[in-house]
Write a protein that binds this ligand. Structure first.
Ligand code: URA
Length: 261
């Protein structure tokens, strides 16, 4: 007869053998189990009406980004680009986002700022940088004599990733042709890239923003060549306020360069 102490001893022995989870109440004799082929798998229980957001249903990223590049290239104006993006259904992020976050500010401005991806507030309003990090961005712009009447603002990714997660490399690769066309149509004098995602998508440097910030870079895409400056993303500055000083110096550098031209 099993005693309480012998059951405990068996449990301890299981634990030392690495068994830390109970998966069923009935013991299974695995040495005498039926052939796998004889045991049909239950049919997947997916409701016919369940929305399919699976990125797996998309073609491979390289071919999709060729498709976005073709679509973006056809846009001759910002309105056409916005319309092309609104009609584009090849990005799973669009299914979970409330709005396309295209741009804000003055498209005739000499400075274009590019961030990473919209957050919750941006998604609600359909405008970039209108949440907490947008508030900080506005303050930083104000400190160098700028506001949304004389800057133009957009993002690498124009639909909010669920739960504000970082956009994946595939999502960025898929959507980069849109922001590249956006930049070509605006053709600002200077691009200010906020955060590592913008620098890596548009310049191709993946060193991390701490190493690339505070430096003049060159954005190149076909015939387009624009001086670009990298700085910290305002969301990072909210978490690391000690870096605000360096970011303010970056904004001053950019503002001075624009004032000289
Ligand atoms: N962060 C970004 O990169 N872009 C926004 O529009 C908002 C937050």
């Amino acid at each position: 007869m099993k005693t309480e102490s012998s059951s405990l001893a068996v449990m301890e022995w299981y634990l030392t053998a690495g068994v830390d989870e109970i998966v069923g109440e009935t013991p299974v004799d695995r040495l005498n189990k039926p052939d796998i082929a004889e045991t049909p798998l239950p049919a997947p229980q997916i409701a016919a009406s369940a929305p399919v957001f699976a990125p797996a249903s998309l073609p491979a990223p390289a071919s999709v980004s060729a498709a976005t590049a073709e679509l973006a290239a056809k846009a001759a104006t910002l309105d056409e680009l916005r319309a092309a993006m609104e009609s584009f259904d090849g990005c799973a992020l669009k299914q979970t986002a409330a709005n396309l976050v295209f741009a804000d500010g003055n498209p005739a401005a000499d400075l274009m700022i590019v961030g990473e991806a919209p957050g919750a507030e941006e998604d609600k309003k359909g405008l970039p940088f209108v949440g907490a990090s947008g508030h900080l961005l506005d303050l930083m712009l104000k400190s160098v004599g700028r506001d949304r009447t004389n800057v133009y603002i957009s993002n690498v990714v124009s639909w909010r990733p669920p739960n504000n997660r970082k956009p994946s490399e595939d999502e960025i690769a898929l959507l980069t042709p849109f922001i590249k066309r956006h930049i070509a149509l605006v053709h600002p004098k200077i691009l200010l890239l906020l955060g590592g995602s913008a620098v890596s998508a548009l310049i191709g440097i993946k060193d991390g923003i701490t190493r690339t910030r505070g430096r003049w870079l060159t954005y190149r895409d076909g015939d387009v060549s624009i001086p670009a400056f990298a700085s910290f993303h305002p969301a990072f500055l909210l978490r690391s306020p000690a870096q605000k000083k360096a970011a303010w110096r970056d904004f001053l550098t950019v503002a001075q360069a624009l004032n000289q031209n």
